[in-house]
Ligand binder design. Structure first.
Ligand SMILES: [Zn+2]
Length: 454
């Protein structure tokens, strides 16, 4: 029994007012106060405090780190005026600066600040220990809102007419907290997912970046999946193997009773080429503009485009993989452990492109795994040794070749595979994908090594 999660993003429309977006003033309200982050950074020693307590188990006094709840009580006592503490610390009077903030919201802000400052302090300590010059962790920002609790967010989708949809958020306008309406771009897929009764709603999250603001709606689902050990002993087991590559993003093969029932090639539709062209353009622009400005990123729009292309491809491929898994309930999804395909001596753009391709494979693996788990399909990572070098039919070591201009030539990373023993010839990626099944069942080359006794 496990839990699957998924998040649906709802973008707030911060475009121009005339085009239906929120006005600029409303945009500014969303920026969270960094009050408590500053507060904890100033009093960093409190976070490292040890508390002594009496242990019932060991019958003695012991010490432990201060808990988040204790820190929260302490921070409220120092900054919020109550009957018990009428005078907060000078300079840190939260109730004066942010009057009538809902208290549940304040608590979530404090807890969020504790987490951010703690993580920052430990990162900085690690960095100082490592003695490296680069990679100094940056101060925690207030870009990400804490969870929105009930009473601070309202979504009105039902009563809205046509495409005009709003979300009501409780925001701080510089003087007081009030409700404000934000237009959202809401698709039918979003509504479909919200209405899905199989998934349980969690508290939404407001996430702000430089350009965008979005509400993230997490949902969870209880999943019942068999253990892999149990499935493996089942003779009727169906395995779905995926070989991730650069041009053929995924080659999916389905096997049952030692027989390949289905093969699916998912190509990148020229993504690798396109990305390479963009990266070459970035390199050329950098060359022409000379030294980069310190602390400023160049070619942001192109980079964003490349990132979006990658994310889009990853989602599509993962969806195709999950669709194959959905056809065979109770199957096991197999990936080989990701190895990096390195390129040495090529141009910088080529190397960067390869790096992007490697990242893409990682994202596909991760996304497909999550989507499959929501269907109750468990993923197994198999030993990747030799999947592209051995024959998937007889297990002998074969060779890769390509056909260029009608002439067959042996190449290390050739498109095709041929076996010298059984003369089997196939697409190299298909051969590798079938070998992933062999690796899972520990057949031939992938037999577990015998342990020497005595
Ligand atoms: Zn063979």
């Amino acid at each position: 029994m496990g839990q699957a999660t998924r998040t649906t993003k709802l973008l707030l429309d911060l475009g121009k007012r005339r085009q239906g977006g929120a006005n600029t003033g409303k945009r500014a309200f969303l920026t969270e106060t960094a009050f408590y982050i500053d507060f904890f950074l100033t009093h960093a020693d409190k976070l490292a405090e040890r508390v002594s307590y009496y242990s019932e188990e060991h019958l003695e006094m012991r010490e432990r780190a201060i808990s988040a709840n204790e820190l929260l009580t302490w921070a409220e006592a120092c900054t919020v005026a109550t009957k018990a503490h009428p005078h907060p610390w000078p300079g840190w009077n939260f109730s004066e600066r942010f009057a009538d903030l809902p208290f549940a919201y304040r608590r979530s802000v404090i807890k969020d600040a504790i987490g951010k400052v703690r993580s920052y302090l430990s990162h900085r300590a690690n960095w100082e220990k490592s003695g490296q010059k680069q990679g100094k962790p940056g101060l925690p920002g207030a870009s990400e809102h804490p969870t929105l609790y009930q009473g601070t967010c309202e979504l009105s989708l039902e009563e809205a007419k046509g495409m005009a949809r709003f979300v009501r958020l409780k925001v701080y306008d510089g003087k007081m907290w009030r409700w404000a309406n934000y237009p959202v771009t809401c698709s039918r897929y979003f509504q479909q997912r919200q209405r899905d009764l199989a998934w349980e709603q969690q508290s939404p999250l407001l996430v702000l970046t430089k350009q965008t603001a979005a509400l993230h709606f997490p949902q969870t689902k209880q999943v019942q999946a068999k253990k892999v050990k149990e499935s493996k002993s089942d003779p009727e087991l169906v395995t779905v193997a995926v070989d991730l590559n650069v041009k053929n993003l995924a080659v999916i093969t389905v096997r049952q009773h030692q027989h390949i029932m289905e093969t699916l090639f998912v190509t990148d539709r020229g993504l690798d080429q396109q990305r390479y062209r963009h990266l070459k353009r970035i390199a050329r622009k950098q060359r022409l503009s000379g030294k980069p400005v310190a602390g400023e990123r160049s070619n942001q729009q192109l980079w964003r485009h490349v990132r979006r292309m990658n994310a889009d491809a990853a989602h599509q491929v993962a969806h195709r993989i999950a669709a194959v898994c959905a056809k065979y309930p109770g199957c096991v999804l197999l990936f080989e452990r990701l190895r990096k395909i390195k390129l040495r001596g090529a141009s910088k753009s080529r190397r960067v492109n390869r790096k992007q391709a490697n990242q893409l494979r990682g994202t596909i693996n991760q996304t497909a795994r999550e989507q499959a788990y929501a269907l109750g399909v468990v993923t197994v990572e198999t030993n990747a040794h030799g999947t592209s070098q051995y024959c998937s039919r007889c297990g002998a070591r074969g060779e890769r070749f390509s056909i260029r201009g009608g002439v067959r030539s042996k190449e290390q990373w050739g498109k095709l595979f041929s076996c010298p023993v059984c003369h089997y010839e196939a697409h190299a990626d298909h051969n590798a994908s079938v070998n992933v099944h062999h690796s899972f069942y520990q057949e031939w080359h992938w037999q577990p090594k015998l342990k020497r006794s005595g």
